[in-house]
Design a protein. Structure first.
Length: 239
């Protein structure tokens, strides 16, 4: 079995990878073992060179593309996408960018304007107003609407994880609820922080609704003005 988790960043990809990896006994591929960028031609070459071994799982933030899923299906491998409330996703992205500053990492991307700034800083507000977060939401929307990926909701992984995961595992390969519950426990936020490496760095608040505490009226007004269509398309309430 092989699983690829494809979709937007800061939606719980590393958490889901940990859970599915434990459920099916899959080895997570390291960054050195996977394509260096989420580009179709790199993925295609990697697969053709035998880079996606059986019994493994990995995640990358690919844009949806029919040819990509055709290739994944032909391997064969399973595609899973995790979707998260865009408000929480934006807050999570903001704090990850600050973490990159602390780690001495710079991405060279548009998001660099937020490095070292408060969430309410005019430059952060301008980034949001100018559509800086729309690409993440577009990627999520295209995967969701493709009908060619198994969709997991971040919020339901918190509120009813066994049921949410059973809906996915029944389509991939059914497993007992006890096996799902054991994987959820192994990949709890506390345990992932203790694992070190990539897993610990990707776990911050690990909760639903963080944006309700962090975003102000100006942020919310911009989301209503610039992103309402995307928010509704993803199945969330415009606030």
């Amino acid at each position: 079995m092989r699983i690829i988790i494809a979709g937007p960043p800061k939606a719980g990809n590393v958490w889901l990878k940990c859970i599915l990896g434990h459920i099916y006994g899959l080895r997570p591929l390291t960054n050195r073992e996977t394509p260096q960028r989420p580009q179709f031609h790199l993925f295609k070459s990697w697969v053709e060179e035998g880079g996606f071994p059986d019994g493994t799982i990995f995640h990358q933030h690919y844009d949806y593309k029919d040819e990509l899923v055709d290739l994944i299906d032909a391997i064969p491998a399973h595609t899973v996408t995790i979707i998260r409330d865009p408000y929480d996703g934006f807050v999570s992205s903001y704090f990850t960018i600050q973490q990159h500053k602390e780690d001495g990492l710079r991405s060279g991307r548009r998001t660099d304007v937020m490095v070292g700034k408060k969430l309410s800083d005019p430059e952060v507000i301008a980034y949001l107003r100018n559509g800086g977060f729309r690409n993440n939401m577009r990627r999520a929307k295209e995967w969701l609407e493709s009908g060619r990926t198994h969709v997991v909701r971040y919020e339901r992984l918190h509120s009813n994880p066994v049921e949410e995961l059973r809906a996915i595992t029944d389509k991939i390969e059914p497993v007992p609820d006890e096996q799902i519950a054991a994987a959820i426990e192994a990949c709890s936020a506390d345990n992932m922080r203790k694992m070190g490496g990539e897993r610990s760095k990707h776990v911050r608040a690990a909760k639903v609704g963080d944006s309700r505490e962090k975003l102000n009226d100006e942020h919310l007004a911009i989301f209503r003005d610039k992103y309402a269509d995307m928010i509704r398309a993803l199945g969330y309430e415009v606030r």
